[in-house]
Design a binder for this molecule. Sequence first.
Ligand code: PMP
Length: 404
Amino acid sequence: MSSLSPLSPRTRAILDILGPFLSSIRDSTYARRQHEPGILDFMLGDPHEPPLPGITEAIQRWSVPQDNHWFAYKLSEPQAQAAVAAALRQRRGIPFAAEDILMTTGAFGALANSLLALAGEDDEVVFISPPWFFYEAMIAAAGATPVRVAVQPGTFDLDLEAISAAITPQTRVVLVNSPHNPTGKIYPPETLERLAKLLREASERHGRPIYLISDESYSRIVYDGRTYHSPAAYYPYTVLIYTLGKTLLAPSQRLGYIALPPDMPEREQVHLAIMMRQVVGGYGFPNAVMQYAVGDLEELSIDIDHLQRKRDRVVAALREMGYEVHTPEGTFYLLPRSPWADDLAFTELLATHGIFVLPGASIEVPGYFRVSLTASDDMIDRALPGLAAAIAHARTHAPAAAGG
Ligand code: PMP
């Protein structure tokens, strides 16, 4: 009987949702070989080059106590809130106030706690497919019902008609991510304007606000001189989420934030609810040193021009080999089409060349695979021959013959 399970029904539901991701990480050839020397790991947005020296300098500088409370319990540190608000005012052109910033353990903490604060039983949360791995599970963890809406095929832009059709009187939150992992799409201002209009009308119709959670993790990882536009400039019920984990490429040093726009009604109440979720969820604040350091860290970034050169080089090389791949506008990722419809079989074929990429099936884009550009130039040099050999093989062999 299922009642004998040591797990609660909600935990079981979360594990079911995460099944494909867990198996791509735990039961795969990748799981067995990821620590082998010399393997070419293009799976995740993790660093493969030395960390930025400025990170160490900032941590060293701010780890020296300046008063007796230096390592006391901290909520969101006023110094960190002020630094973030100043950076956001400059980058977004929106007059964010320091008291409307919540410091979080990256975008993970920001997403989990804003979902927990805003959505619950009987609420629906619309999210966009293909999604980041954990959205659906985080929505379920908040007790709410995840409602999936696919992007437009081809353009990867938001399908506003489909979002509109998915909204019901129970819709509490719509969750979007731009620049979008894994397609690299940046939603243009026209899309954000139309989304805001649609949400305003639906909120009015149903008599309560629909919040827009905007995951802006990659807002500084943009290419070709593009400008990033935040939904917060168009819709006052936007919960802006950011992590320093991308520009610093130091994701284990958990640091991120939530910003509530100055025109959001009742934002003090939203702030308090999120903060209390942080406390009761296990004291989910970044550690004091990272909070003091945020002003210094905010100014640092990995070399985006270098990332763009890697994008251009790999896109051109893959196309030349015969892969179908579009050019992402931002993020760390390429999303080539798998030469075999079965992307799991093709990623296993790449693994025989020591190349590890994320199968599209694990992120709701079957028939594709995701390649992280955080790999080093040397890794790219060493992977290109294997990528060429794999597509040549796939053109003349069926997956079963190659599976091995
Ligand atoms: N959102 C998206 C879209 C992401 O890609 C990631 C990291 N891969 C996160 C949130 C979480 O970021 P962090 O680990 O810095 O909290």
